[in-house]
Design a protein around this ligand. Structure first.
Ligand SMILES: *[C@@H]1O[C@H](CO)[C@@H](O)[C@H](O)[C@H]1NC(C)=O
Ligand SMILES: *[C@@H]1O[C@H](CO)[C@@H](O)[C@H](O)[C@H]1NC(C)=O
Length: 433
């Protein structure tokens, strides 16, 4: 019996390896296709994808959505996605003619599809009728445009903002009132968890017979232990991409800047808010390591520093909401790596002071303090660079995981303006797998 089990296990392993040529070295590249609409040099065109593809094993198109009335999967930007003018769904799949190794998936959700009023990502899981409408339409969409698979970046409710056990506990009460991250209380968590598990199972049946893949993306602030029944999901998915970043954001945590995407817990932080804790949940609930993929943000999170902020720059540091927007991304509290790296160069006016992470556990940051002479605000930037992206890939490798997932190509230095080579974050991560 033991021998038989061993034989079956060996067979399953070798079968798994045969099915997944990238069992431990997946480089999953997300593409936020609406980055096409950024003005000026931030505009990311479909040709800009090409220099990244040799580093990527998978390309994930972000994002499709759900129609709240019919529960069907739909393009969120029909003009770009499927319209005659651009038809990105079609063009992106034609990349495989030049890059046959590439797998292209269509992702649904990703917080790109507003559902505050409808909670449609929950209701669609609730009945077999709704689930089937979603499944049939999603399968039709990927078949029609010839995607290699579907990724579900399901918009489950976010957790409440957790108080860090840091020195500024008293400000938290007011912040929670003002921002209240995770305000929605789901009264039917278990029903939604089971419904989602069934949706994944039934969707996989349809995809399997068409030789198409199914992956999951766990969005930031979704409590996996509530919504993801890892043990039942594992057999029906090729991979789960853990977006274990944005642990701290300027919207959820406006008064305190801190490492947004640490690998490990650092002193006095929320124990669950790091990559290692997320990974352990999936491993301990039966997910094969090769199916667990670590998310790496190419974008940085920024906070405004004021006269109240400690001048040392050391996190956690008192802040006052999102830092000033960047010239390309034009979004307060966010900078692309391209925007960060230009501000780290010697000659740059308003240069940031860079602090790297020899511990390889927490991440890099850079800052410019408040200026008491001019009263100019400062900025604190928690960012990913070649070293930290490489560290995350090394972590994946050391733990026998499936690789890395970069969010997203448009926020890497895709023009190579800093060091000459394009997509330095994706490249550095790939090199360590
Ligand atoms: C994608 O890019 C658009 C355009 O810059 C931006 O508004 C949006 O927030 C981005 N989406 C995500 C999920 O980052
Ligand atoms: C996630 O949910 C579980 C079960 O309800 C709970 O014990 C845990 O504290 C939650 N984690 C977070 C980070 O909210």
């Amino acid at each position: 019996m033991k021998l038989l089990l061993a034989v079956i296990a060996a067979l399953t392993v070798s079968l798994g390896a045969a099915l997944d040529p990238h069992e431990h070295n997946k480089v999953v590249c997300y593409w936020n296709s609406t980055s096409f609409e950024r003005p000026g040099p931030g505009k990311f065109q479909i040709d800009d994808l090409k220099p990244a593809i040799p580093f990527c094993t998978h390309l994930v198109y972000g994002f499709a959505g759900i129609d709240p009335n019919s529960f069907e999967a739909i393009p969120l930007h029909p003009n770009l996605d499927t319209g005659a003018g651009y038809s990105f769904y079609r063009i992106v799949n034609q990349l495989r003619q030049t890059y046959p190794h590439l797998k292209v998936y269509l992702s649904v959700g990703g917080n790109a599809d507003p559902d505050y009023d409808t909670h449609k990502y929950l209701t669609v899981t609730e009945t077999p009728e709704a689930r089937n409408k979603f499944i049939n339409s999603a399968v039709r969409l990927v078949t029609e445009y010839d995607f290699d698979g579907i990724d579900l970046a399901w918009e489950f409710p976010e957790t409440k903002v957790k108080k860090q056990r840091s020195t500024f506990g008293n400000v938290w009460h007011n912040i929670k009132k003002a921002f209240g991250g995770g305000k929605y209380k789901d009264e039917h968590e278990e029903e939604h968890r089971n419904g989602f598990t069934n949706l994944v199972r039934d969707l996989k049946v349809q995809l399997r017979s068409r030789n198409k893949a199914l992956t999951l993306t766990v969005l930031p602030h979704v409590n996996a232990s509530i919504y993801y029944d890892a043990r039942l999901l594992a057999p029906n998915i090729e991979a789960v991409h853990l977006m274990a970043f944005d642990q701290i954001t300027p919207e959820r945590n406006p008064k305190e800047a801190d490492y947004p995407a640490p690998i490990y817990e650092s002193y006095n932080r929320v124990p669950q808010d790091n990559i290692d804790a997320s990974v352990r949940y999936w491993l301990e609930h039966g997910t094969p390591g090769g199916k667990i993929v670590i998310g790496i943000p190419a974008f940085a999170r920024t906070w405004k520093l004021t006269s109240e902020s400690q001048i040392s720059g050391v996190p956690p540091i008192v802040a006052d909401g999102p830092g000033a927007e960047g010239p390309h991304t034009a979004n307060p509290g966010v900078l692309s790596y391209g925007e960060v790296c230009t501000r780290l160069t010697e000659s740059h006016v308003g240069r940031l002071r860079r602090v790297s992470d020899p511990s390889k556990k927490y991440g890099s940051y850079a800052y410019q303090s408040y200026n008491p002479e001019t009263s100019a605000d400062g900025i604190w930037v928690g960012y990913e660079d070649r070293d930290t992206a490489g560290n995350k890939a090394s972590y994946s490798k050391a733990k026998g995981l499936g690789g890395v997932a970069i969010w997203d190509l448009s926020t890497d230095d895709f023009r190579g303006i800093c060091a000459g080579d394009k997509f330095p974050i994706v490249h550095a991560a790939k090199d360590k797998l």
